[in-house]
Design a protein around this ligand. Structure first.
Ligand SMILES: NC(=O)c1ccc[n+]([C@@H]2O[C@H](COP(=O)([O-])OP(=O)(O)OC[C@H]3O[C@@H](n4cnc5c(N)ncnc54)[C@H](O)[C@@H]3O)[C@@H](O)[C@H]2O)c1
Length: 342
């Protein structure tokens, strides 16, 4: 019996060194951003190879594309270097989204380092080997507690102490950013670092790692308590996935983006508590909004939640012509509509 590696080697023998500019590899394709990005790239006639280990993503996010001849999916872990190496051949750009996202104090920290560390190193190594460009998905979490608002790509970063597990996500992504620049400067790998600010859609994980908006939507539609951390006065700038995807495609297609870190998201600011009120108003459930306030310490221990997080989008606007188009209210409306249809 042929294994996956043999089948891929065999397939590659028929398509030698024909690197196409419109052939991309997406890691984490079954996740929230990855699956919407896949929809968009297929619409734009890209050929897409997607990998995912389904640790957080779902087949339902990509199954409508599985019969598309321009899409090939492999259930592969990004830590599997040998397979990644074969899949990366002839690919113009690797869009590296696969990651372990923020974890609570109770969860194991090692998987974050395995996927975000080893997995990311694999991606850059494969890109170096085949001469691919890499778009690396970083996060606004790397700004940490920086008080320099709005947050600029060239600003200093303020990370909390290492005893607090919650910081491991930000640190793992910072490691990825530094690695991106090392491969860019030392090995000439063209890289773009995108710092996504919170985004959501109906395909978000409705668990904590998916962000507060999807969790609140689910709670309100199910007439459950909305759990707010602290007093809910902390603000976030949440964007609809379409804007995150649009920024990613602009970075993919821009020569000027190479060697840059770029904030992508929405700069509308709204407190966590007001988001719950807005979702409740839009959802029109006819039920009362039930809010449960949980003291920060109970959830995060010593971790201090970030009080404000607003991106400075001027670089994305100047460099890529990026402009977030979907207002938060409309994004919530769209998400509620789709969730209800499901
Ligand atoms: N959505 C946001 O608000 C946001 C904000 C900042 C940064 N980001 C970054 O953008 C990227 C995509 O985020 P998302 O919201 O789509 O997350 P997601 O969790 O929905 O998607 C990530 C995907 O990666 C897959 N994956 C995880 N570990 C893997 C591994 N070892 N091998 C193969 N696949 C693996 C998961 O199964 C999942 O489908 C991530 O790197 C994340 O850190 C997202």
């Amino acid at each position: 019996m042929f294994g996956l590696v043999q089948i891929l080697l065999y397939a590659n023998a028929f398509y030698p060194n024909s690197m196409q500019t419109k052939k991309v590899l997406i890691t984490g394709v079954a996740g929230m951003i990855g699956s919407h990005l896949l929809d968009e790239l297929l619409k734009k006639n890209y050929t897409v190879i997607g990998i995912d280990n389904y640790s957080f993503g779902h087949v339902k996010n990509i199954e409508h594309n599985l019969s598309n001849p321009n899409f090939t999916f492999y259930r592969v872990d990004v830590c599997d270097f040998e397979t990644l190496k074969i899949l990366g051949k002839d690919v113009h750009t690797i869009i590296h989204l696969a990651a372990y996202k923020k974890i609570s104090e109770k969860e194991a920290a090692m998987p974050t380092f395995e996927t975000n560390g080893k997995g990311t190193e694999n991606v850059f190594e494969v890109a170096k080997m085949w001469g691919c460009k890499v778009i690396f998905a970083s996060t606004s979490d790397v700004y940490g507690m920086s008080p320099d608002l709005p947050l600029r790509e060239d600003g200093d970063l303020l990370i909390g102490p290492s005893m607090i597990r919650r910081w491991n996500y930000a640190v793992s992504k910072l490691y990825g950013e530094q690695m991106a620049f090392a491969y860019y400067h030392d090995h000439g790998v063209p890289i773009v670092v995108i710092r996504y600010f919170g985004g959501f859609s109906s395909r978000s994980s409705f668990a904590w790692s998916g962000g507060h908006i999807p969790i609140f939507i689910r709670a309100i539609l199910n007439d459950e308590e909305v759990v707010v951390h602290g007093d809910g006065g902390q603000t976030r700038s949440m964007g609809f996935v379409d804007d995150l995807v649009n920024g990613t495609v602009l970075a993919l297609e821009s020569e000027k983006a190479v060697g840059e870190i770029i904030n992508i998201g929405n700069d509308e600011e709204l407190s966590v508590l007001d988001s719950a009120k807005l979702i409740h108003e839009i959802a029109k459930t006819g039920k009362e909004l039930k809010v449960k306030f949980l003291p920060m310490k109970e959830i995060f221990g010593q971790y201090k939640d970030i009080l404000r997080r607003i991106p400075d989008l001027s670089k994305a606007k100047a460099l890529l012509g990026y402009e977030p188009k979907v207002r938060l209210k409309d994004a919530i409306e769209k998400t509620i509509k789709t969730v209800r249809q499901q």
